[in-house]
Design a binder for this molecule. Structure first.
Ligand code: FUB
Length: 334
């Protein structure tokens, strides 16, 4: 595996302005502290020459690289190709946003791809090293669908898989509990918005331990967010972390381009909407992760500074700050 060390980050002050790497396009960064280092699991954007459409067909990625840093202001190591489409027996195309988890000394990469029938599913691959390379299971995880897996490890050691994304991510095609190929309609404006899904993972980390359930996001009055509420409802890019005993469910609002968050007292939710973590960035998509390092918190995110093109993105990092009441200060990247 080829390692590339990239000395792009020079000072803390330059953080939010500078892409973490520029030798490849990267997006959807999922950052985790493993073995005392920050490992970043991004999408690897390429220009595959696929015509742009509303379903995101031009995001036609075909491998993953794993990156690492000893600290968020430090140089980045690219550990090379960690998994490629050709080595995933069930997958047909479009390796979208991944996530990773550690259990029992093994590392697991969770990733969405369209299967050979064009249906997005979530797959899992494993390795004994956080940087891979990863070996994919022969089939996708039964019971999974749509995109943007996020794995959260609770304080008791259990792991939960969150997933889902609307429009190109196909979540709307599952609104009746089964796949409806040509139905991209959204619930009526006065109906609950489509919700991300969550299920506990089996201890083997490779299958769900239960049927996925809805991740409910409520307003301050305890009412479920409606389909018309584009500024606050879930679209894609689920991420879960814990802070001072509370669970924080953060996500992209998609067509309104914010990273928003909601908090709750269980990994299953319900979560109550709190506000915006990250305002829209350059490019259509907004996708992030949150990690603690040496007592400070960091937001990994992406924009299109290097290319100006929405499917050729670059990852960045900036500090994230909590107020005394646990709310998060809104970040404006520019
Ligand atoms: O990278 C492809 C897709 O773009 C991701 O899966 C979404 O979250 C959006 O960032």
């Amino acid at each position: 595996m080829k390692k590339i060390l990239v000395f792009a980050i020079l000072s803390f002050g330059a953080f939010a302005q500078q892409p973490l790497v520029s030798h490849i396009y990267t997006a959807d960064p999922s950052a985790h502290l493993f073995q005392g280092k920050i490992f970043i699991y991004p999408s690897h954007d390429i220009d595959a020459g696929v015509k742009e459409d509303d379903m995101g067909s031009h995001f036609a990625m075909n491998d993953y690289h794993v990156l690492s840093q000893t600290n968020p202001a430090g140089p980045v190591t690219d550990h090379g190709v960690a998994l490629k489409l050709a080595d995933v027996p069930w997958a047909g195309k479009m390796l979208w946003a991944p996530d990773a988890a550690e259990a029992n000394g093994q590392y697991y990469l969770y990733f969405p791809a369209k299967d050979k029938d064009g249906i997005f599913r979530i797959g899992v691959a494993s390795s004994n090293k956080p940087e891979g390379s990863f070996k994919a299971e022969p089939n996708y995880m039964p019971g999974t669908f749509s995109i943007d897996p996020c794995v959260f490890k609770d304080s008791d050691g259990s792991h939960y898989l969150y997933f889902g994304g609307i429009w190109g991510g196909q979540l709307q095609r599952w609104k009746m509990g089964h796949y409806m190929a040509n139905d991209d309609s959204q619930p009526a404006n006065d109906q609950p918005a489509l919700m991300a899904k969550v299920a506990k993972l089996d201890q083997n980390m490779k299958v769900l331990a239960e049927k996925p359930r809805d991740v409910q996001i409520l307003d301050a009055n305890g009412k479920i967010l409606l389909s018309s509420d584009h500024d606050r409802r879930f679209f894609e890019a689920a991420f879960v972390h814990q802070y001072k005993g509370k669970y924080y469910f953060s996500y992209s609002t998609g067509d309104t381009h914010n990273i928003a968050y909601a908090t709750g007292s269980s990994p299953y939710g319900p979560f109550t909407y709190q506000g915006v973590i990250l305002k829209p960035v350059k490019g259509w998509t907004n996708h992030h992760s949150i990690v603690e390092h040496n007592g400070k918190w960091y937001l990994y995110f992406h924009d299109v500074q290097l290319s100006g093109r929405t499917h050729l993105r670059n990852i960045k990092v900036t500090e994230l700050k909590y107020r005394g009441d646990g709310s998060i200060e809104t970040i404006t990247a520019y």
